[in-house]
Design a binder for this molecule. Sequence first.
Ligand code: PLP
Length: 389
Amino acid sequence: MHSATRVLYMVDAPVDSLNQERRRLESEGRDVINLGQAIPDFGPPLEAMLEFRESLNDSALHRYTPDPGLAELRAVVAASLGPKANGEPVSADEIIITAGANHAFMVACAGIINDGDAVGLLSPYFLNHIMTVQGIGGRPIELLPDESFAYDPSAIERAIEYYRLKALTIVNPSNPTGKSFSREEVAAICDACRKTGIWIFSDEVYRRFDYSANGHTSVLSIRGIEENAIVIGSFSKEFGMTGWRVGWIRVPRKLVSQFLKVQDYSMICAPHPGQILGLNAMRTQPNWVASHIAEYNSRRLALLHFFQERNGFQVYGGQGAFFTWFRPHVDINSQTEVLEIMKQTGVCVMPGSIFGKAWTSWFRISYGTAGIDQLMESVRRIVSYFENH
Ligand SMILES: Cc1ncc(COP(=O)(O)O)c(C=O)c1O
């Protein structure tokens, strides 16, 4: 008896495997600094939690919501997206509340991708995206950037035609590099999708974590793409509520009823308590990240500066999310190395290899959960690990 081949050939849930090893070391009394998983160190706004406490008395809290989610929550999410490029507001009818952004991506893939359809992933990609494409029977195609992590729009267009892509996935700002795509880059990628008539899946879960001068560009603000655009977001990072499992998907109206079939068979609805807390958070502190962004930017700059000052390392200075993407100039397999790094230095980081075949010598630091002092201590230990390699 075997599991399905699709699952058998997937990588083991990589973050969870690393976390297990971290917990094992911690159970032996080791103190491990966790720069692995992408979680912020702040929780939801206090007012939102206090309001949530009140709703515990409401028996409806323990029941399903409508499949697409609470009407009020759909409306505030729609409003948070601002007007589309054609000037029309995003309507609440275009929003489905999901059990997190991973579930949203699964709904998008199950709703659009047929067996064997090719789905382009800008590489390095978010590891759960490739797993989802594989899991629903699609064919992931990795599209590589140049040395400066820019994607050539004409190469994207050629790949769309050569591989007959059904959809292209972009994560902006990017996990794992932290790249914040400029308006011109987003427009060029959208243009390639529009010209070739394919879908664009835009994961914008880090939209509020953007340190660039011009801020985040959503694909929805690009003229002519709204009918091809599936936009994904989440409460996990914006409101520090990864455990509550609430996200959302913006879908062109013509697709909503089809996507709701997937929603119904997979989750019925997103968790009701999470939707209530998310609604309270959006109402009381719609841009909760703003009160943390200066601190996050200082962490980003300190890490960038640290690696730029060292010989023997390449670092990518992305302007979004909360990741530092670096590699030592030694021939290395990051997949196995992260375990050794954790054992010897007591610092947990993510191996680049899980974000695409081309990235075996790279590593991702998440600076979401550690202050500057702890980050500096961690990278000093990592550098001395490689210097003694
Ligand atoms: C790019 C990206 N998309 C989706 C997710 C999953 O988010 P959620 O907790 O909303 O499922 C993550 C989490 O790390 C992520 O980095």
